[in-house]
Design a protein around this ligand. Structure first.
Ligand SMILES: Nc1ncnc2c1ncn2[C@@H]1O[C@H](COP(=O)(O)OP(=O)(O)OP(=O)(O)O)[C@@H](O)[C@H]1O
Length: 228
């Protein structure tokens, strides 16, 4: 579902973030991106949802090249992709329900469908009881669950996550990882950048290591699987 062909990214200020990256991620995969700070993980993730555009090469999502795409087509591609961040990015003046519902209203879903989908996804992430709370009334783990609900509510084929456990304690991080694993088992492809060694060691997933803008290792890591 994801194919990067000889991708390089040089930012306008001259910073060289990625060089000659080739990558294939199959539908249904769960992939970790690891590497030191500044290695290029966030840049690679941003290329996948066209927050940034590659300077050279091709970034294909379901055979559509995001590099050559006109901006009018970007919303169509973004509907296939849910994004979650380390710092949540929830709208502070909206409740959990409204944050999740909003993602559907902007793509023109009816009120009835929006309400049904929002309730279903809030159940899935374990936030049904907090749906009328505002983000400031939630714990960090609950805020991240709300973000995951928002990212998933339009049923994306791909979920990209940039350090989604970066602001969470170990137990809360595991509950988020179990949720991502569950979502992956339901069929969503997951690409997640992380610095958390203990997570990649225990998840037994494909791990892509980036150093100075290049993929230097691509292998299955860890001996244990999370039981879900
Ligand atoms: N918007 C930008 N403009 C200029 N340079 C940038 C920009 N974003 C990132 N860079 C540079 O590109 C390189 C890769 O950065 P990137 O954020 O992709 O790394 P990272 O692996 O995600 O790091 P971290 O783990 O700290 O988040 C770094 O040298 C960084 O300074």
């Amino acid at each position: 579902m994801i194919k990067l062909k000889n991708v390089s990214k040089i930012y306008p200020n001259g910073a060289r973030a990625l060089f000659g990256v080739n990558l294939d991620v199959a539908k249904g995969d769960f992939v970790f991106l690891v590497g030191a700070s500044g290695a290029g993980k966030s840049t690679l993730i941003k290329l996948l949802y066209r927050e940034e555009i590659a300077t050279r090469g091709q970034v294909l999502i379901d055979n559509v090249n995001l590099v050559r795409m006109s901006s009018s087509h970007v919303p169509l591609v973004r509907r296939k992709i849910g994004v979650i961040f380390q710092d949540f990015k929830l709208l502070p003046a909206k409740t959990v329900f409204e944050n999740v519902a909003f993602a559907q209203q902007v793509i023109g879903k009816s009120m009835k469908e929006t309400r049904e989908n929002t309730n279903t996804i809030l159940d899935l992430v374990g936030l049904a009881k907090k749906k009328n709370a505002f983000p400031s009334e939630l714990s960090g783990g609950e805020q991240q669950r709300a973000c995951i609900a928002r990212a998933l509510v339009n049923k994306p084929a791909l979920l990209v996550a940039d350090e989604p456990t970066g602001n969470l304690d170990v137990d809360t991080s595991w509950s988020i990882m179990e949720l991502l694993n569950h979502v992956n088992k339901l069929g969503t492809t997951v690409v997640m950048a992380t610095h958390a060694r203990y997570i990649i060691e225990q998840m037994n997933k494909r791990v892509i290591r980036i150093e100075e803008g290049k993929i230097v290792d691509d292998s299955i890591e860890g001996a244990y699987r999370i039981v879900t």
